[in-house]
Design a protein around this ligand. Structure first.
Ligand code: C5P
Ligand code: C5P
Ligand code: C5P
Ligand code: ZN
Length: 480
């Protein structure tokens, strides 16, 4: 990957991993159930298929000891882990030593204290795994190394960009580092287009009033969360933003002039209402458009695409998300869109729950317990979206608990999922939530990990208070 910048060591490792995969009779591909995990699996499966390597795909919510043991119990001699594996490398290495399988790991999470030969992780090569390369990015680097002579896997860059944006890897509105190199390859291959544009979520599919009303990341008084305010704002502009039938158009339906009329008025409104300059700058950023996807669908805009994928995999329908990624759209896209409507409802109900119940402030963090009110697979997304609303400070890490649904017969809840979110400003001051989650959970008999800015854990039910106390201390030490 010539344009990935000066990281030949990463490509060398990818080449070694690719050689190992080519030697396998058959590969088990195991991946994580979120947007980055799905796109990782889609990239890896396309690359394996093009290289003529037979494989089978499985997904998992969390790669823990049991999950790895069940993978080890299969007949596969080679297992390719994508978007997880590094954090569980100690457990995986035990099975490798026992001769149960050879692992190939393409991940971007903080590695556990163990090593293995075929470990492709940006963090091993001085590349930031939470802002410079995602799981899908690592899978893409591997896919480039797997290319048979005379073929080109650069079209897979489109999915890698969806994975990176889905993991919220943008810095000041754009992808940077190795992610940016992948964007460039996607542009060269004709599958990605970039532009400077409003950063609002929903440019492809939300009618203008809804686009503005729901733009909570960029809170503009009198417009955000204000249905009639958003309508009055649009009606007051000197352009007709409805279609021939009198229906509001979407952002993508507007021409250059119309777009600049709306964005200029929006920026002026933000300035006149005293929105901070930081937030105003945040209204504009780089947009990534997938040119091969149909206009006016979630698939064309990478952030809408990634949300669509979360709406499948986080609801036990990874098969649907994977089919959408692989272009097998018969029925899958419809199904994904239905799941998306459900996901949106859950996110907004979750947000309302947090806004209603509020958070508890400790010295160095704030937390809430959702009980069974928010699904454990989306409580982290809700926690991230809640930051900045009334009473939930931006400058303080947030920790969220949700009961894990039990798969066993009696249905008794014995475990609690923890999600935590910080900000880049906090990580610059020393915050590393992956360490906080791992150490605080291990102190109460659980386990966890993730990234400096976003991490998670599982703890035994009943240990939440002790966990908060320990996490609060750890955050204090990191920031102190
Ligand atoms: O497995 P893992 O990499 O999937 O999870 C990434 C999660 O971390 C995403 O859900 C994303 O919302 C969150 N994240 C974040 N802010 C960042 C980076 C990641 O909230 N800067
Ligand atoms: O679901 P996902 O983690 O991909 O969401 C990323 C961001 O997209 C959220 O933090 C939120 O700001 C925005 N979003 C939204 N409306 C939705 C889903 C996501 O505004 N229905
Ligand atoms: O689930 P959530 O979105 O909060 O996860 C945030 C990050 O923490 C993800 O990257 C996820 O893979 C990681 N995580 C982990 N171990 C856990 C739970 C989450 O490494 N037990
Ligand atoms: Zn990831």
């Amino acid at each position: 990957m010539a344009s990935a910048g000066p990281v030949p060591a990463l490509e060398e490792r990818a080449a070694a991993c690719a050689d190992r995969l080519r030697d396998a009779d058959e590969v088990l591909l195991a991946s994580h159930i979120d947007a980055d995990g799905l796109t990782s699996a889609a990239i890896a499966s396309r690359a394996l298929e093009r290289a003529g390597i037979p494989f089978e795909t499985v997904f998992s919510k969390q790669l823990d000891a049991d999950e790895i043991a069940s993978i080890a119990a299969t007949d596969y001699e080679t297992v390719l882990f994508t978007d997880f594996g590094s954090g569980q490398l100690d457990l995986i290495a035990d099975h490798e030593r026992a001769g149960e399988f050879t692992p190939v790991v393409a991940d971007h999470h903080q590695p556990a204290d163990a090593d293995t030969e075929f470990h492709l992780n940006p963090l091993l090569f001085d590349i930031d795994g939470s802002s410079e390369l995602s799981g899908a990015g690592a899978a893409y680097v591997l896919a480039r190394a797997l290319e048979p002579d005379g073929t080109d896997n650069r079209d897979l860059a489109a999915l890698a960009v969806v994975g990176a944006v889905g993991d919220m890897q943008t810095t000041d509105g754009e992808l940077v580092g190795a992610n940016q190199s992948i964007v460039s390859e996607g542009v060269e291959a004709g599958v990605v287009e970039t532009a400077t544009d409003l950063t609002l979520y929903g440019k492809q599919t939300r009618p203008l009033p809804k686009l503005l009303e729901y733009a909570s990341d960029a809170y503009i008084p009198g417009i955000t969360n204000d249905e009639s305010g958003a309508l009055r704002f649009l009606d007051g502009l000197d352009v007709d933003l409805r279609d021939g039938d009198g229906e509001w158009r979407c952002w993508v339906d507007l021409n250059e002039d119309e777009r600049s009329t709306v964005s200029n008025a929006l920026l002026q409104r933000a300035v006149s209402r005293g929105v901070s300059s930081d937030r105003i700058e945040g209204l504009v950023g780089t947009s990534y458009v997938l040119t091969a996807e149909p206009e006016g669908t979630e698939l064309r805009d990478v952030s809408e695409f990634s949300t669509l994928l979360n709406a499948t995999a986080r609801y036990e329908r990874a098969d649907v998300g994977l089919a959408v990624c692989l272009g097998n759209r018969d029925g899958a896209l419809d199904c994904a869109q239905k799941l998306l409507a459900n996901h949106r409802r859950n996110l907004s109900e979750g947000l309302r729950f947090v806004e209603r119940e509020g958070v508890t402030r400790e010295e160095n963090l704030q937390w809430f317990h959702a009980g069974d009110e928010i699904r454990e697979t989306i409580v982290g997304i809700v926690a991230g979206m809640a930051v900045g609303s009334d009473g939930i400070e931006r400058g303080t890490p947030i920790v969220a608990f949700a009961e894990k649904t039990d798969d066993s017969d009696d249905g008794e809840v014995t475990e609690v999922k923890v999600s935590s979110r910080g900000t880049p400003a906090l990580t610059r001051r020393g915050l590393d939530l992956s360490v906080v989650m791992r150490e605080a959970s291990q102190a109460v008999g659980g386990d966890g990990g993730g990234h400096n800015v976003a991490a998670g854990a599982t703890v035994p039910k009943g240990t939440e208070e002790e966990f908060v106390e320990r996490a609060d201390e750890l955050v204090g030490e990191q920031l102190g």
